[in-house]
Design a protein around this ligand. Structure first.
Ligand code: ADP
Length: 336
């Protein structure tokens, strides 16, 4: 599809280039011909006015004929040159047109590919819990001796799969909302936003006996949508808890650095392989470890939601990590 579009676009570019080139060539040719004709007419009238006698008239006529011949040859030469130049413009313009057509369409092609990948990933992730539920229900229905206890277990399992579907559709919905690029922001202090995120996750940390080391003493004001920014921090801190061993600790620091404030979330968990670090902010990306480990739930949407939110605040998000040592996620936001 994009190959065909590139060809069509290059044809349009080439048609424009050739139209301009032919227009100027025709004008150059016309101006040159007019100049030759004027020059010839001037010479003829000069000779007419000089009243040449009959014996010399022949020489004059021969001179004028030779002049006319020279002009005709010059006109032909100009015409041939203009044709050669236009052919060269056609070839080089064709190549350039194709190059620029590809460049014009490349971002659209990339966005299209990303959308296709996203749709394929989303359908795959949606299909898994649905298939699990369908199989479980079919097996249960085909069992004539199904007891109430077994039926209850089935329903509980179905409920778990439904919870996963809900989580996934909420993630997808959130990404779609963030793609619209609008978010009301007000002047806000950063410390209470961090505190709110930490308080939200305290029960999860307690469950894994993980302590969160956080002293909200930074005095920084930013332009923020508080609930969204808190949501981004919750995703990052929740990951720090999720991917850390029981009994460890997570440290949260906030520091002013020039015209920005940087929030660091430091954990001592599983860490992320160097080769995977570039991808963890992509939609649906989960490390092989997280994917295979059934105990770590998720769909790989969290960090891409967090990144979108941070970017809507004109900030940046980055990671430094060492496998089996831990990770540090940094969110930098411009000060108000
Ligand atoms: P999810 O956690 O649902 O898989 P995310 O988008 O939040 O999705 O994270 C993407 C991947 O990045 C995770 O699957 C995990 O492999 C890796 N990751 C994120 N945060 C951490 C962390 N603090 N420690 C180790 N790995 C992490």
């Amino acid at each position: 599809m994009f190959h065909e579009a590139s060809n069509k676009l290059s044809a349009v570019y080439l048609a424009i280039i050739m139209a301009i080139s032919i227009f100027f060539s025709a004008n150059i040719y016309q101006v040159s011909v007019a100049e030759f004709n004027r020059d010839y007419a001037r010479q003829q009238s000069l000779l007419d006015r000089s009243q040449v006698l009959p014996p010399s008239q022949d020489a004059v006529n021969r001179f004028l004929a030779a002049r006319q011949q020279q002009y005709a040859e010059a006109k032909d030469r100009i015409l041939v040159r203009l044709i050669i130049i236009n052919c060269a413009i056609f070839v080089s313009g064709g190549l350039l047109s194709y190059y620029f057509a590809r460049r014009t369409l490349q971002p659209i092609e990339e966005a299209h590919e990303a959308l296709e990948r996203f749709t394929a990933d989303a359908s795959h992730e949606l299909r898994t819990p649905i298939t699990v539920m369908q199989t479980e229900i079919e097996v249960a229905l085909s069992d004539p001796d199904l007891t109430v206890t077994e039926a209850r277990e089935q329903l509980e399992s179905n409920l778990e799969e439904l919870a996963k579907l809900t989580q996934l559709s909420e993630g997808l919905l959130r990404l779609a909302q963030l793609d619209k690029n609008s978010m009301t922001q007000t002047k806000s202090k950063i410390a209470p936003i961090i505190t709110a995120a930490v308080e939200h996750l305290q029960p999860l940390a307690d469950k894994k006996n993980i302590s969160i080391d956080h002293s909200p003493n930074v005095d920084a004001q930013i332009q923020a949508n508080q609930s969204s920014l808190s949501e981004a921090l919750i995703i990052i801190i929740e990951n720090a808890i999720k991917y850390s061993p029981e009994g460890s600790f997570v440290r949260i620091q906030a520091k002013k650095e020039g015209q920005k404030v940087t929030i660091s979330v430091i954990d001592h968990g599983s860490g992320i392989k160097k080769s995977e670090q570039a991808h963890i902010f992509d939609r649906f990306y989960r490390s092989d470890k997280a994917r295979t480990k059934q105990s770590t739930p998720g769909y790989g949407l969290g960090l891409s939601i967090a990144k979108n939110i941070v970017e809507l605040h004109h900030g940046t998000i980055s990671v430094e990590s060492k496998l089996h040592k831990g990770s540090t996620f940094k969110v930098s936001l411009p000060l108000n």
